[in-house]
Design a protein around this ligand. Structure first.
Ligand SMILES: Cc1cc2nc3c(=O)[nH]c(=O)nc-3n(C[C@H](O)[C@H](O)[C@H](O)COP(=O)(O)O)c2cc1C
Ligand SMILES: [Fe+2]
Ligand SMILES: [Fe+2]
Length: 399
């Protein structure tokens, strides 16, 4: 069965979606699957860009065979070695013994690591500025180290203005129906999933993403063809603007994420009181989340969205509630910057959350911890400290 789609005259989508997968990288929950994009270039020389995850291999090989229609495959272009795209590289090399593999020097090494294959002179090693002529199409290579792995390259087809962007501009979620951005609903929710993908997968490497955006700024891009999610052929600037904000660690919105943990409900009550007090002051851009029921990847995405973050946690074995600790250390691991943080701690004998969060965050870049902190001994019986914290946050937001 053919499940391909024309991107331009002679370039085809030959990827596939997995709607069964529960956890991407066996870690990130998927609400509606994920797609693995691969593209076939039907030129004087035939080429395929990347492969797909092992769970959807059948569709990929069937599509490729139908489009090749008996011709040989001349080139495999490897933009990224992560197995969600690279799983079938070894099999492809075996199937097409005369095929050249176009990739970075690091990817060539990784092919040996993953598949125990030494490409020898079948490898065409490319770096910034190198080109590959296929006939009508000429691909220009751009290195993109750490977007998302060190071996990543992007390619730009100068003939049709297509940027094959690897994991950049990817998203969670299998497209509903069409594969182009103008064929699916791109709304707040969609951008939420794109942000969750960006912040958790590539978030740590904002500087490297900025470097790639600068390189791409000089290209006349008509189509962005990433490895996950829709192919962008209109409004590309809208998505690039989000990427620019995200990779500079600038919030999308002035607003507050209140992330709380609570065993018995007392810290939760304080968090709820703060949310209401903020609403009283006109702050409606808020997300209030219980870290025990919200996946950390979603908390990270919201931390990327909002300018202010409230950490409200009981003390747990002299440290943070374990779910809160995961969230706070993940923000640090992912290099989040430029945020203002308020802390509410709770403890029945030796509260230690303010100390712990301050310690963890002190080594993060440009994180301001607000003076107005709240330390609760078991339960709060007075709204005054909450009102004071709400005043301070609202003032800071309306500055
Ligand atoms: C496993 C466990 C460990 C705890 N460790 C501490 C601690 O080290 N220091 C402290 O002051 N309270 C500790 N507590 C008590 C809680 O932090 C305290 O009761 C808090 O008020 C609970 O807030 P909550 O009502 O929002 O769950 C611990 C509680 C549990 C269940
Ligand atoms: Fe990746
Ligand atoms: Fe990927």
């Amino acid at each position: 069965m053919k499940t391909t789609r024309k991107i331009t005259n002679d370039i085809y989508y030959i990827g596939a979606s997995d709607r069964r997968l529960a956890l991407f990288e066996n870690l990130f929950p998927l609400e509606n699957g994920v797609s693995y994009n691969s593209y076939f270039i039907d030129d004087k020389k035939t080429a395929v860009t990347d492969t797909v995850d092992r769970f959807v291999s059948d569709a990929f090989f069937e599509n490729l065979e139908i489009l090749l229609n008996g011709r040989a495959l001349d080139y495999l272009i490897v933009h990224h070695m992560e197995p969600d795209h690279g799983a079938n590289i070894g099999r492809l090399i075996e199937m097409y013994p005369d095929m050249k593999v176009v990739c970075s020097a690091k990817a060539n090494q990784m092919i040996t690591q993953f598949f125990n294959i030494n490409l020898g002179d079948k490898a065409v090693i490319v770096k910034d500025g190198d080109k590959l002529e296929l006939g009508r199409h000429t691909l220009n290579f751009v290195t993109a180290p750490m977007v998302h792995w060190p071996e990543v390259i992007l390619s730009y087809d100068e003939t049709d203005g297509i940027l094959f962007s690897a994991d950049a501009f990817g998203t969670f979620g299998a497209p509903d129906g069409g594969i182009f951005n103008d064929e699916i609903v791109i709304d707040e929710k969609w951008y939420g999933e794109a942000r969750r993908y960006y912040s958790n997968i590539v978030g740590k490497y904002g500087m490297q993403v900025q470097a790639v955006l600068k390189k791409a700024a000089g290209l006349d891009i008509k189509v962005v063809a990433p490895l996950h999610g829709p192919v962008w052929r209109s409004n590309i600037g809208e998505f690039i603007a989000k990427y620019d904000l995200w990779s500079r660690y600038q919030p999308e919105e002035k607003g507050v994420l209140i992330a709380y943990a609570s065993m018995y409900g007392n810290t939760e009550a304080a968090a709820n009181a703060l949310a209401l007090a903020l609403a009283d002051r006109g702050i409606t851009a808020q997300a209030v989340r219980d870290v025990s029921v919200t996946d950390t990847s979603e908390l990270i995405s919201l931390a990327w969205k909002y300018s202010h973050i409230v950490i409200a946690s009981p003390t747990y074995n002299l440290g943070l509630h374990p779910k809160m600790e995961h969230f706070v250390t993940d923000m640090k691991a992912l290099n989040l910057q430029n945020r203002t943080v308020a802390i509410i701690e709770n403890g029945s004998w030796a509260p230690a959350v303010i100390k712990n969060v301050t310690e963890i965050m002190s080594s993060m870049k440009n994180i301001t911890i607000m003076e107005e902190k709240i330390s609760i001994k078991s339960a709060l019986h007075d709204n005054a400290p909450i009102e004071a914290m709400a005043d301070a946050i609202a003032q800071d937001i309306n500055r």
